[in-house]
Structure formats: C-alpha cells, structure tokens
Design a binder for this molecule. Structure first.
Ligand code: ZN
Length: 198
C-alpha cells in the first residue's frame, strides 16, 4: 500500500480491521474520507470516540447504554416482571422496533458455544439469575435459533426451572440459524406471541 503514501495506507489498514470491511471497501472508504469536508471527518472521529468512551452496560439488563440504566429499565411504564432474554443489544433493538413488547430485557452479550470455548460464565448469565431473585413472573428466552442460541436456551431453562418462575421460548417462526436482527417485525411478533412454555 506504499504507493498511496503511508497516511492513507494506515487509514486503509485501520478500516480493514472492521468487521465486514475487506481491503477494497476500506480503500473506498479511505478515499471517500479524505475528500469529505474536514468538519465532517472531525464529527465522525468525535462520534466514534464519544461512543467508545461513554457507552457502558446498563446495570440492570446489560444492554449498551450511556446512562446507568437504559431507557427501558428506567421506564415505569414497562412490565418489570417479564424479562426477555436476548443475545445482543441489536436483538433488543429489533424487538423494540416492533413497539409491541412491554416487558424488560436481559442481554447476555453472547451465547454459549463449546466450539468457540464460550461457557456459561462468559456471558451475563449469573447476572440474570441474580435478577430472578426479585419479583419476576416470566422469562421469555429469545436467543437465536442457531446451535449456540438453542444450547443457551436449554441451559437457561434448566437453571430457572427449580425457581418456579415461568420460562418460555419464542416460537420457531424465526428461521433456523436466523439472526434476530435481520428478521422482519411481523415474524418477530409472531414468534413472541407463539411462545411456548418450556
Ligand atoms: Zn437496561
């Protein structure tokens, strides 16, 4: 990349480290950036730094937020006795977009994957169990229908069973191996409404 000069080369190298960005896209983005108005580049850099520095986990549900509590956990309008367990903050966002779910969430920040060496202690499972000591009526497990998501769902339901709290799993309207965030709202709602007790 020397023929671009070291500064552009460095920019391309850094951009190509991002997920889903190959060397070609990185090059395109880099050349786009150096042609952008300076203020716009500064805004972009500032937004990245601000997000990185200020975003943290909600102390209740572990979604990413910039306050101590995320807007869902902070809301008294939500049903705090119903907890939907999802893998990522993006999954939470997908359900929030439907505008039809009134409970709260618990974001595991991952899923159990023996193949990748991710065990129960590597996700926010202990934190979920702690929350269940409070007033909780139902836990809806909405992990993805991938192998990891199903393994995680099974593991969680076994953990919760002895507590007597109702545990349900979203219906299989979600295609096998499907990532929640790419599924349309109607399918998500159908999966939620068709949940079965496990
Ligand atoms: Zn929260």
């Amino acid at each position: 990349m020397e023929y671009y000069g070291s500064q552009i080369g460095k920019l391309i190298e850094e951009l190509s480290r991002l997920p889903g960005i190959g060397p070609k896209s990185a090059g395109r983005l880099a050349f786009h950036m150096i042609n952008m108005p300076k203020e716009q580049v500064e805004e972009l850099a500032k937004a990245m730094l601000d997000a990185r520095n200020n975003v943290r986990y909600c102390k209740e549900c572990y979604t990413l937020t910039d306050d101590e509590l995320c807007p869902v956990c902070a809301s008294s309008e939500r049903d705090h006795g119903t907890i939907m367990v999802v893998e990522t903050s993006r999954d939470l966002a997908a359900y929030e977009k439907t505008g039809k779910y009134n409970g709260v969430y618990h974001v595991l920040q991952g899923a159990i994957s023996p193949m990748l060496g991710i065990g129960p202690s590597d996700i926010k499972l202990k934190e979920l169990m702690e929350r269940l000591r409070g007033d909780v009526e139902e836990v809806i497990i909405a992990t993805n229908s991938s192998l990891e998501g199903e393994t995680t769902a099974m593991y969680i339901s076994k953990l919760i069973k002895p507590t007597g709290i109702k545990v349900s799993r979203i219906a299989s309207g979600v295609p096998v191996g499907g990532d929640l965030e790419y599924i349309d709202e109607v399918t998500l709602l159908r999966a939620l409404e068709g949940r079965t007790q496990i």
